[in-house]
Ligand binder design. Structure first.
Ligand code: NAD
Length: 493
């Protein structure tokens, strides 16, 4: 049985002063680790360690290029230790091994390399040199920042928080979900191996209400970057506002893939199936609504059903498995409730619609049959609420205006995907859809350099891209007089 504990100043603690949590493999129900959770006092100790490390000579005197060098080393080490990280993530999340190998490890490494290269490209601006004064802006790190993570992509999410925070010169405390701590703790150890000073990447473990909230309210934590549900994001923002803390929130989504009759239907159907069901639908940007033009609705639904029948759910180690288990028991129950209640709302189950019972070693896993619902109308629960499970709701539309209206008729605004061969229509859709990311004739492509700016109740701020690096910096304006023309008091120029 593994034991996993908080990371403080380069050391893993055997106890965090709180309770111990049983970490379970969702693919077979077996307990895989005992997690030492943090008390508030332990979080205080972690913050003190981060503060000391941030103000240490080693970190303050390091040039941005050197920070980039350490991040490059970290990326190489993550790549070298990929098998170990995959093994941990496999046990902790039950994700298909192919997804981890071909997609999540390469993405985590690419994100770290991108921010390694960006570390020495944080540039202020010279605004004006006239009137006897030199005006310019600079960017500075916040100091100690916290990254609070969900359970759906533990390794990718920790890379997404740590790399830009360090590139900008901060010290970071990461708080993974209590359900999925293993790769986060391993990642913090790899940061030490890369030569990043102890205390610059610390890890707080445990529940949101203690290990997470203690970070949010701590006066020495100057910025919170949170990825998780909208309800928790709202409560964090309220708490952080009391201290005027900077907050970045990447929250829920109810994203739509919109298919017009003129689209390449084969490709659109492939995209809809992958997007709706990858990671068992537990992906913030995946499409859980399919809006399809009425004239092709029956034909397209039949194509989807046929494609879905070929998709393999189950053994995470099988190379052809596309869909793994639900990662947590509570999320499994929530998704099943939506599925079983859908017919009462008037929907028809086209595919799936129930638990999946596997035999053998995976018989105790959290499996759900990927589910497609038809006859869904805008406003129904399955069309408006984030399920975060393998459920795709199909809604018909008559024309472009109605597609826009249905797509925007949710509180969320994370991503969207439009399939059409009409370039002008694609441009109109980009303008009309109220989401932060829009894919045209593609879906889910993500790159470290492309920012993710959530709209509406999907969050605030931005992650990834150079914009996501600047989000870890405070801006400063300086006005430096160089001769007597510079006014000493109020002056408008
Ligand atoms: P969650 O909101 O329940 O928990 C996220 C993290 O917040 C966990 O580490 C949890 O312990 C912590 N937390 C809970 N309460 C807290 C509090 N009061 N103070 C501080 N921390 C607290 O989310 P989840 O169930 O882990 O993940 C699923 C959700 O995450 C979905 O809504 C999904 O859409 C969202 N998500 C969004 C993105 C994005 O980029 N927009 C990415 C992944 C997941």
């Amino acid at each position: 049985m593994k034991k996993v504990g908080p990371i403080v100043n380069g050391k893993e603690l055997s106890s965090g002063g709180g309770t111990f949590f049983d970490v379970v493999n969702p693919a077979n129900g077996e307990m895989i680790a005992e997690e030492a959770c943090c008390s508030t006092e332990c979080v205080d100790q972690i913050v003190a360690s981060s503060k000391q490390a941030y103000f240490s000579a080693d970190w303050q005197n390091m040039s941005p290029a050197d920070r980039g060098y350490y991040l490059l080393k970290l990326a190489d080490i993550v790549e070298k230790e990929a098998d170990e990280l995959i093994a941990l993530e496999l046990e902790d999340t039950g994700k298909p091994i192919t997804q981890l190998k071909d997609s999540e490890i390469p993405l985590a490494v690419a994100i770290i390399r991108f921010y390694a290269g960006a570390a020495d490209k944080i540039e202020g601006r010279v605004k004006s040199t006239s009137g006897g004064a030199f005006h310019f802006t600079t960017f500075e790190p916040y100091g100690v920042v916290a990254g609070i993570l969900p359970w759906n992509y533990p390794l990718v999410n920790v890379a997404m928080k740590v790399a830009p925070a360090l590139a900008a010169g901060n010290a970071i405390i990461v708080k993974p979900s209590v359900e999925t701590p293993l790769s986060c703790v391993a990642f913090a150890k790899l940061c030490l191996e890369a030569g990043i000073p102890p205390g610059i990447v610390n890890v707080s473990l445990g529940s949101g209400s203690t290990a997470g909230q203690s970070l949010v309210v701590h006066s020495d934590v100057k910025k919170i970057s949170f990825t998780g549900s909208t309800s928790v994001g709202q409560s964090i923002q309220k708490k952080a506002t009391e201290q005027m803390k900077s907050v970045n929130l990447e929250l829920g989504g109810k994203n739509a893939i919109i298919v017009f009759a003129d689209a390449d239907l084969e490709k659109a159907a492939d995209a809809a199936v992958i997007s709706a069901f990858v990671n068992a639908g537990q992906l913030c940007v995946s499409c859980s609504r399919l809006l399809v033009e009425k004239s092709i609705s029956s034909e397209f639904s039949a194509m989807l059903k046929e494609k879905l029948e070929k998709v393999k759910v189950g053994d995470p180690l099988a190379a052809d498995t596309l869909i793994g288990p639900m990662i947590t028991r509570s999320q499994y129950n929530i998704a099943l409730d939506y599925i079983t209640e859908a017919p009462a709302e008037g929907c028809t189950v086209l595919a799936g619609g129930e638990k999946l019972r596997l035999s053998g070693p995976h018989s105790n896993g959290l499996w759900i049959r990927p589910t497609i619902l038809t006859n869904v109308k805008s406003g129904m629960k399955v069309a408006t609420e984030e399920i975060f499970g393998p459920v795709l709701s199909i809604i018909d539309f008559q024309n472009e205006a109605e597609a826009v209206q249905i797509s925007n008729d949710v509180i969320y605004g994370l991503s969207g995907s439009v399939w059409t061969k009409d370039g002008a229509r694609a441009m109109r859709m980009i303008k009309a859809l109220q989401t932060g990311i829009i894919w045209i004739n593609c879906m889910l492509n993500g790159y470290p350099q492309i920012p993710v700016p959530p709209h509406k109740m999907s969050g605030t701020g931005v992650e990834l891209g150079i914009e996501g690096l600047i989000a870890y910096c405070k801006q400063k304006s300086a006005i430096m007089a160089y001769d007597d023309r510079a006014p000493v008091g109020w002056d408008i120029q």
